[in-house]
Design a protein around this ligand. Sequence first.
Ligand SMILES: Nc1ncnc2c1ncn2[C@@H]1O[C@H](COP(=O)(O)OP(=O)(O)OP(=O)(O)O)[C@@H](O)[C@H]1O
Length: 323
Amino acid sequence: MLEVKNISFSYTPEKKVINSVSFNLEQGKMMALIGESGSGKSTILKLIYGILSSEEGEIYYNNTKLLGCKENLVPGEPEFKYLEQDFGLMPYSTVGENVGNFISNINRGEKEERIKFLLNLVEMTDYINMKANDLSGGQKQRVALAKVLAHPPLLLLLDEPFSQVDTFKKNILKRAVFDFAKENNISIILATHEVEDAWAFADEMAIIKDGKIEQKGNPSYIYNNPENEYVAHLFGEHTIFNKENEPEIFEEIEEDRILVYPHQIYIADEGLKVKILRSYFLGSHYLIECINKLNRIWFTCPIFLFTGQEFYIKVNKYQKISN
Ligand SMILES: Nc1ncnc2c1ncn2[C@@H]1O[C@H](COP(=O)(O)OP(=O)(O)OP(=O)(O)O)[C@@H](O)[C@H]1O
């Protein structure tokens, strides 16, 4: 079990970049740190891995206090692996050499098999003899993932691990890597600004804002109960309705202010009048952008709606929201 207790950190005296962050992670589970760029996700990973030292608070792994870089001669916990945003590959070594770097040479046959298994996992078998430098960004990222799994760590720290992989490959890769981690009881902390990278797989999510945890919980709980608009906006388009401005929406709702996701709004014979601004084709449906006075409203619809058309909308589900 990893225990992060009230850690704080600043790069410069003027600004606390991490402010009293705490969470626990059981062995074999996955925690996703989600937040905007600059919110402090990478710094939290570096503090846990031990290439930075927290100024306040402590980190324990299986009840042993982790020392951080100030007290450890070799920074970085040996049983943890950290996949940084710049991948950390040896540019002039081949893909096979990069992945095999951490695998023992004692049994050559076994080593070859292991390299092949890992490259197959990330769908990079065909590139085994290519120099890392000659790969595309997405290919480098896949090799880097194979490399950190070569000697399965107890805790894997992943910083935006799919940022350069295309959407189609991303889903295959996520399933392969996260299933491998579950089978091998590897704990994962994944830092990303894209909630889609994590919500199908993470056991827990911590939403990070300005170096603090804004909200923590399992993905479906956070989606259905976002504490504020910052949390909700990480899940994509949504609309805030205020009773004062849109009383038509609140006929059967007691709140004064609600947050509504696009699939929770439907066209009705009466309700709030809106004017269509644009229909975005999303394959199985359209995302409709419309407006009522000054409020921009988003809803899903199975058919294309023309710009300028007017409709009435109602809400069939909503989230309470504080600010
Ligand atoms: N070496 C550094 N020196 C000074 N400030 C830094 C340093 N590294 C990061 N920061 C600052 O610390 C804050 C948190 O940065 P961090 O990289 O942890 O954010 P992040 O959420 O991982 O961002 P991203 O998603 O863009 O990687 C930012 O304001 C950043 O500018």
